[in-house]
Design a protein around this ligand. Sequence first.
Ligand SMILES: Nc1ncnc2c1ncn2[C@@H]1O[C@H](COP(=O)(O)OP(=O)(O)OP(=O)(O)O)[C@@H](O)[C@H]1O
Ligand SMILES: [Mg+2]
Length: 356
Amino acid sequence: MAGVALDKVRKIYSGGVEAVKGVSLNVADGSFCVLVGPSGCGKSTLLRMVAGLETITQGEVSIGGRVVNAIEPSDRDIAMVFQNYALYPHMSVYDNMAYGLRNRRTPKPEIDARVREAARILAIEPFLKRKPRELSGGQRQRVAMGRAIVRKPQVFLFDEPLSNLDAKLRVQMRVEIKRLQRSLGVTSIYVTHDQVEAMTLSDQLVVMNAGEIEQVGLPSEIYRRPATRFVATFIGSPPMNILPGRVEGPGRISLAGGTIAVEDMREGLPPGTAVDVGLRPEDVRPAPDGSLKLTVDFVEELGATQLFHGQMSGAEFVLQSQTGTIPADAREITAAVDPAQVHLFDPETSKRLGRE
Ligand SMILES: Nc1ncnc2c1ncn2[C@@H]1O[C@H](COP(=O)(O)OP(=O)(O)OP(=O)(O)O)[C@@H](O)[C@H]1O
Ligand SMILES: [Mg+2]
């Protein structure tokens, strides 16, 4: 097995589009790395450079310590699973899985053993003789996974493999992929624009924006201490609220309508400094003596929780609360937030203004 390293990797497409702007990243051997970011931020381009399906304009990609820039995709010892599965429609499930091994002249008994083992792991043994069109979306997805597994590669690369499935099946397959990766222990890089998928699957989460990495870390770390306003509003659902504020004094911020205390605030920010104040919908709770006021426009019922949408301190705001704690017909909610849960960002640079 092998880790993957990117060193200042750039991609400029022939039309002049700079899709990836000098990305450096280390993916540890056996870990599950997820690249997440909005559409067009360069996730697929980066993955395809690791796979060898795109040339690398500048920088180096290494797999298992070996620079692979000039190495053919078929010699990189990787297996890729695509969004559209890319199965051969005229071949049976068995032949789809065996195809890559036959091309490599793997002995027949070994091909058979590997295909049957993968089919067992993925619970697709009953379908081995069927054609892909005779399968459901989830079953096709498993065949695509099976085709990757039989290769016993050093690295799995996934590009939005679940986005063609319905919501329920996505959750189920997400759990299966995680379990499978754990048990096989193969280094994996997984691309998605779905932040829930990204949070739940990753050991290492990489948030990308406009061809660059905004933050790398454990998913829980990124959620707790987002490095930029972009990351703060991209990771977490519903997204973090951002309110305009000003520094009043050490650990104190004034908002239109009240003052709040902040634990994680950089020393020496002069009074009057403009800040963006980030409050997660789930961190703001009703409190009769609170200094935050939400004017409610409408309520969304999610079952276990309710989302109160409205205005706070001159900005759009969403408050999430356990169903039953706030009357659904409330027009105004007085609320407070724990000083440890207040995030501050520089309005100019968008960077976190937490303690150094
Ligand atoms: N073959 C190409 N030629 C020129 N530009 C391209 C090519 N492929 C992608 N791009 C551009 O490069 C940028 C990054 O594209 P990429 O496919 O990597 O994004 P992505 O993050 O995977 O997005 P999505 O979530 O929509 O799949 C985009 O601006 C895209 O238009
Ligand atoms: Mg893509």
